[in-house]
Design a protein around this ligand. Sequence first.
Ligand code: ATP
Ligand code: MG
Length: 289
Amino acid sequence: GEHRHSDFEKIKVLGHGNDGTVYQVRHRRTGSIYALKTLAADDSISRRQIHREIDVLRRTDSPVVVRFHGVISSASGDVSVLLEYMDAGSLESLLMAGNRRPFPEAAIAGIARRVLLGLSYLHSQQIVHRDIKPSNLLVNTAGEIKIADFGVSKIMRRSLDPCVSYVGTCAYMSPERFDPDSYGGNYDAYAADVWSLGLTVLELHLGHFPLLLPGQRPDWATLMCAICFGEPPKLPETASENFRDFIARCLQKESSNRWSVAELLAHPFVAWDQEEADQAFRELLSLPP
Ligand code: ATP
Ligand code: MG
């Protein structure tokens, strides 16, 4: 729908992105609460990003993707996106709130299942997210997890169109996106989201980003070496067999060996008793059963 800035009242800042700010806002007439993602469209890159995000959001309609409620453009050319408000932050903020204490396996299994359902939906719509990471997975006090932030995602025109541009956070980027030529250049673009999911899920267990030591500064060269020349990170022996196998299936350096989203949805780790997994996640959010 069409909205104007004057229809909304800013309540607080929810987060800062690369070149924009996300606010919690209230619709003055109805009192409804939304998130408003603003980007100063002062350069062509961020202008392109916000339009890409709007293009993708318009194509989505799913309970596992943050809902899109419209666009607000101002006379100065700034564009803002009105989104469903997720009142419990992101998996990143949840991890920080617990001082990066590892999440229990049951909760991680439930999270993995929901993110896989989200990716399954996006991939069925020919959308590659390309920036799956804890801060882009949002949470609400209904105990839901939804995929957000489509600023660098790609709508595939053909089913096997290699996307070889350097966009997204390089930390969670798969080996074939770092170095497309040495991986054949003609890989399955959707497999990149599976790599990022593997790293994200592993981080929830380790409490820190898996490719760096706790506290180590993430510079491009260190990450590139770790991703392209190192062995893929693994779970310690203390984790369950199913969990370790799940991570190993996601973190295959050769993208053709990586399991697809459909295969992973049938993995025994994801088959964790759903009620138990949901309960473990609600406890993380300090919600009543
Ligand atoms: P980055 O470059 O850090 O990924 P970005 O500019 O692409 O950020 P988003 O990831 O969409 O922006 O949002 C940044 C942060 O704002 C999120 O990590 C989250 O904490 C908060 N946020 C974004 N959208 C919402 C929402 N719909 N509800 C609640 N909080 C949100
Ligand atoms: Mg983000």
